[in-house]
Design a protein around this ligand. Structure first.
Ligand SMILES: NC(=O)C1=CN([C@@H]2O[C@H](COP(=O)(O)OP(=O)(O)OC[C@H]3O[C@@H](n4cnc5c(N)ncnc54)[C@H](OP(=O)(O)O)[C@@H]3O)[C@@H](O)[C@H]2O)C=CC1
Ligand SMILES: O=C1O[C@H](COP(=O)(O)O)[C@@H](O)[C@H](O)[C@H]1O
Length: 498
């Protein structure tokens, strides 16, 4: 679709009374509407509970204007929302849904374009996709696209089953598997930093980079998601998708063009080169943790095993640190360290690219060595880039001192960058699947993660809980780097503004 063209579509949101729809989807659509990015559109919200159209419109209004503010733009936006009460497991009610869809399609002149957004528990994904086909909802004159939330399966086998089910109704290029990290501004910036700067790309390999660290720490605990999280853990919840996606963008070869297929195929090649870690190697390359009680922002917080819907004897990890090796020509010998966890000291996602030391330190013979050059990509909450260099110390000395060159991304409107969901929804409406995960990426990343989870699930970790809430994880995560002669760069001291 050309840049100045605006998309037209009927958007069906399954799970329209749920948390994701209210917190992310309605506000993101409203932002697109306000920015005049959409042409003709209408939305059907689907969920079980019985609501009138008016009640549904009110709930949409509340989600975009929580303080009750109202104006003509809000009214015009919500006027395009319709509700269909429907149990997705009930085969009989899809035809009524199709009737409503046809009516709106012709009333709003939507050109037969349909987006089906599955914002529901994953166990329903396959059933819904099959019904969409068997009940004729996918027989459209325009495009049809399926947006599917994570988790995409629980392991490789279940992901394959799910994929087979959805492929009965949609082709691979009609499936948009969401990984919301791919919608984050600075995650999208990784490729630009790498491929639009001649100073980085020649150095982006094992001759000049000593290691790369990707941290995504959260202060939140498991909140009310204990039931889901007990079966997932940090490995499936964060590593299989967001963490591995960031690694693939950091490690991929330059694509021959910026098309969806070229970018995805370079990412797939990274997953294929990822060294398989299994059996007895798992605990050498990976560390798991579970949070105990502690203090965060001055408040006492409970241990994971005291949270609602969590087994007091739980063996589920809320923290993972790992060393990934990418066995190809570019990256042989360069560890990619990842760590992610809940109830950590700070909410931060950062990438640190540590360059190798210079061959000889001329400047600090008496006063310690020069600091390594670092390129820090600040994903969130700050967005930006910092380059750590060494410069001459002021005054009559030959010594060097570390200096930082920083760029703080303030977003297009000077305030904030668009929410990841806003960008991803827009991409989907325009038919750009680049920032969604291809099945090959999903399959390879599950294959990698399954080897680790199969060991962890069969070995009870007796040291759990092994890190206090409000810390950066268990001691073993530090040791993982120390044994290679490295350490985790502290995320706090790498801030853009200092
Ligand atoms: N919330 C978030 O921040 C995130 C969520 N996700 C994913 O998004 C999906 C939705 O999550 P979330 O919104 O939090 O879940 P919620 O539990 O808040 O919402 C679930 C929705 O599904 C509807 N529903 C449940 N059963 C049926 C049924 N049989 N037929 C029709 N509708 C049904 C519910 O409506 P009703 O009760 O009226 O039937 C509700 O609208 C999940 O896959 C989750 O993993 C991913 C990333 C972040
Ligand atoms: O997908 C998920 O991501 C969030 C973290 O996302 P962020 O954008 O806040 O970094 C995590 O809390 C959640 O457990 C996981 O399912």
């Amino acid at each position: 679709m050309a840049h100045n063209e605006k998309p037209t579509a009927l958007i069906m949101i399954f799970g329209a009374t749920g948390d994701l729809a209210k917190r992310k989807l309605f506000p993101s659509l409203y932002q697109l509407f306000q920015k005049d990015r959409l042409d003709r559109f209408a939305v059907i919200g689907v969920a079980r509970r019985s609501l009138t159209n008016e009640e549904f419109k009110d709930s949409v209004k509340k989600s975009i204007a929580p303080n009750g503010e109202t104006d003509s733009s809000i009214e015009e936006f919500v006027s395009k929302f319709y509700y269909h009460s429907h149990d997705v497991t009930d085969s009989n009610s899809y035809s009524a849904l199709n009737e409503l869809a046809k009516e709106l399609d012709s009333g709003y002149k939507l050109d037969g374009n349909r987006i089906f957004y599955l914002a529901m528990a994953p166990e329903f994904f396959g059933t819904i996709a099959e019904h969409l086909k068997s009940d004729g909802l996918t027989d459209v004159g325009g495009f049809k696209r399926l947006v599917i939330e994570k988790p995409f399966g629980h392991d490789l086998e279940s992901a394959k089953v799910l994929n087979r089910q959805i492929r009965t109704a949609f082709s691979e290029n009609e499936i948009y598997r969401i990984d919301h990290y791919l919608g984050k501004e600075m995650v999208q910036n990784i490729e630009v930093i790498r491929f639009a700067n001649s100073i980085f790309e020649p150095l982006w390999n094992n001759r000049f980079i000593s290691n790369i660290q990707v941290t995504s720490s959260e202060t939140l605990g498991v909140e009310e998601r204990g039931r889901y999280y007990e079966k997932s853990g940090a490995l499936r919840d964060m590593v299989q998708n967001h963490m591995l996606q960031m690694v693939s963008l950091l490690a991929m070869e330059p694509p021959i063009s910026l098309t969806t297929d070229e970018i995805r195929s370079e990412k797939v090649r990274v997953f294929r080169a990822l060294r398989t870690i299994k059996g007895s190697e798992v605990n050498e390359y990976f560390v798991r943790g579970q949070y105990g009680s502690g203090t965060l922002n001055g408040k006492d917080v409970p241990a994971y095993n005291q949270e609602e819907m969590v087994n007091p004897e739980s063996n589920t990890e809320t923290f993972v640190a790992g060393k990934l090796m990418i066995d190809n020509f570019r990256w042989a010998g360069v560890p990619f360290y990842i760590r992610t966890g809940k109830r950590m000291e700070t909410k931060s996602t950062k990438i640190v690219v540590q360059f190798k030391d210079i061959p000889m330190d001329l400047y600090n013979k008496q006063e310690g060595s020069v600091s390594p050059n670092l390129l820090v990509i600040h994903i969130q909450p700050d967005e930006g880039i910092t380059l750590h260099l060494n410069a001459k110390k002021n005054g009559q000395t030959f010594g060097s001192t570390p200096v930082k060159l920083s760029y703080a991304n303030k977003g297009i409107d000077g305030l904030n960058t668009p929410e990841a969901y806003e960008k991803l929804l827009y991409d989907c409406l325009r038919g750009d699947a680049t920032n969604f995960t291809h099945w090959d990426e999903v399959a390879l990343s599950w294959g990698f993660v399954d080897n680790i989870s199969s060991v962890w699930e069969n070995e009870k970790e007796e040291s759990f809980p092994n890190y206090n809430s409000g810390t950066m994880g268990p001691r073993k995560a530090e040791e993982l780097l120390e044994k290679d002669g490295f350490f985790w760069w502290p995320v706090e001291n790498l801030d853009i503004q200092e």
